[in-house]
Ligand binder design. Structure first.
Ligand SMILES: Nc1ncnc2c1ncn2[C@@H]1O[C@H](COP(=O)(O)OP(=O)(O)O)[C@@H](O)[C@H]1O
Ligand SMILES: [Mg+2]
Length: 511
């Protein structure tokens, strides 16, 4: 039998939940041996379509064919039998088991749940192919989200699926890790496998996919080859209008004579920063431009008291931070950090929306030590409306929210707490364009209200368009400072690459 050229055919599929149509008249053909992108705003139906193909949902109408075989029963097990595996947006791992056990879960259960020696060898082969660098014996509960995502990816590959659906696989990965995943995807494609790739990162989509299906409001807008697509054409179709990728107008930069909120003078840390000097003034948005590993997050952590400063000086509103400056001291001084890994470091997942939003202001909305519930509820409602948090329940279960909505909850916390210095590490990572726009407006509004903002983002476009001033970093050092208006993405990238090369050359020459 020859391989059918269509790996997945979806015809006339419709699906409702509780009387609400979430998919309607879906027709898609996915060619075998291609990487096929699914894009659309939050709620467009990408995950639901993926779950129908992966056997997790049964369509109300229409039919699905996998590698030429019509799907008769919809279950993940049946889908796997036909060669389809899905990597979920909400990761589905057994936290108490280790990495190898999770990767081969379901397979080894056929052998009464006992992990056999062969699995370790098979894992080593898999690890060689993926090069993710995961400790095979680490318990999954102890892993960061990015590592868990890698475990899910390895599991799908281990199942030898012909069609792998990846639902936002890079949402918690660094740029470097995402590159490695894309390398794995290229290899899978080389072996004739089909990958359905759901993502908000349009750059990743444009660079790694052969075809794209754009969805909006539960319908397919169109399916097209990637050649000829640009960010603009994708966004226009996702939104259903010619949307300019507009950046909000920044308030005027503060005068250079305005005393800084935070200043680093020749700061070094044990985490690799060396001789870092920078200032952030009230009402100013300062961007850090650098490659992954250049020390951007380390600067954020030093300012937040999370890493110890071993040399130089840190001044907050002109006063030197004394002694062992801790996170506690930073918060007391009005410094806030929205970390890259929001699930782990920013939110209290066991608590509802209301609690998470008022976390930063508990002192202010309690009188005589008694929490003013009315004020807390009013504040929460206001923020849910302002950011468009979905679901909009004040006691919503944050743990179940999408990445974009979790990020909005986290930002709401700081919008009401009004810190003096707000450090944002990858604030719009993994959120859709609607949420992104709200986050950008929020950043600008904070600056307008006099908050000093330090912005870190792997998307240079974002840093350059949302900052007043940028520092360029490489290998833990700041090597240049520029008004953002003087930078372009290409120029900034070229400079950080050149600097890194010349630094490495100098180091080699010196050793
Ligand atoms: N199991 C479910 N029960 C009820 N509604 C659901 C369920 N799964 C998805 N939905 C709804 O379907 C719509 C599409 O969701 P989803 O497929 O997750 O979109 P996307 O992945 O594009 O963000 C949303 O309005 C969502 O709330
Ligand atoms: Mg989704």
């Amino acid at each position: 039998m020859t391989t059918p050229s269509i790996a997945v055919r979806v015809r006339g599929v419709a699906k409702s939940f509780g009387g609400t149509r979430i998919l309607e008249g879906i027709d898609v053909e996915i060619a075998a041996g291609t990487v096929h992108a699914l894009v659309g705003e939050n709620g467009a139906g990408k995950s639901s379509l993926g779950k129908i193909i992966g056997g997790y949902y049964m369509p109300d109408e229409g039919e699905v064919e996998i590698l030429g075989a019509r799907v008769a029963r919809f279950s993940p097990r049946d889908a796997l039998g036909l060669g389809v595996a899905m990597i979920h947006q909400e990761l589905q791992l057994a936290p108490e088991l280790n990495v190898v056990q999770n990767v081969f879960l379901g397979r080894e259960s056929q052998r009464a749940g006992i992990l056999v020696g062969g699995d370790t060898a098979r894992f080593a082969a898999l690890e060689k192919a993926c090069d993710f660098g995961i400790d095979p014996l680490a318990k999954v509960a102890t892993l960061r989200i990015a590592e868990r995502q890698k475990v899910e990816i390895m599991r799908a590959i281990a199942r030898d699926a012909q069609v792998i659906i990846m639902d936002e696989p890079t949402s918690s990965l660094t740029e470097d890790e995402a590159d490695r995943l894309h390398e794995v995807i290229r290899r899978l494609k080389g072996q004739g496998k089909t990958v359905i790739y759901v993502s908000h990162f349009l750059d990743h989509i444009l660079a790694n996919c052969d075809n794209v299906t754009i969805m909006r409001d539960g319908k397919v807008v169109r399916t097209s080859p990637m050649t000829g697509e640009t960010k603009q054409t994708l966004v226009d179709s996702m939104l259903g209008q010619a949307a300019e990728i507009l950046w909000p107008a920044l308030p005027a930069a503060p005068a250079e004579t305005l005393p800084p909120i935070a200043e680093l003078r020749g700061v070094s840390t044990g985490t690799g920063l060396s001789d870092v000097s920078l200032v952030i003034r009230p009402g100013e948005i300062v961007g850090l431009v650098g490659l992954v590993g250049s020390g951007r997050t380390e600067v954020a952590r030093a300012l937040f008291g999370a890493d110890r400063i071993t040399g130089g000086e840190y001044l907050i509103e002109g006063a030197p931070a004394r002694g062992r400056f801790t996170v506690h001291d930073a918060i007391a001084a009005g410094v806030a950090l929205v970390p890259e890994d929001r699930r782990k470091q920013g939110l209290v997942l066991t608590q509802p929306t209301r609690f998470n939003i008022s976390l930063g202001t508990l002192g202010r909305i309690s009188r005589f030590g008694i929490l003013d519930r009315g004020a807390e509820i009013r504040q929460t409602r206001e923020m849910i409306g302002h950011f468009g948090i979905v679901p909009g329940a004040i006691d919503g279960r944050v743990a179940r929210y999408s990445g974009g909505n979790q990020q909005k909850v986290l930002l709401s916390k700081w919008a009401v707490a009004k810190p003096k210095l707000l450090i944002l590490d990858e604030p719009s990572r993994g959120v859709d364009i609607g949420a992104r726009r709200r986050i950008h407006d929020f950043i600008v509004e904070m600056a307008r209200q006099g908050v000093g903002v330090l912005l870190i983002s792997s998307e240079l476009e974002e840093v350059i368009n949302l900052s007043h001033r940028c520092y360029l970093l490489s290998e833990g050092r700041i090597f240049a400072e520029e008004p953002a208006a003087a930078l372009t993405v290409e120029a900034a990238l070229t400079r950080v690459f050149l600097e890194q090369n010349s630094q490495r050359n100098r180091q080699e020459a010196a050793s």
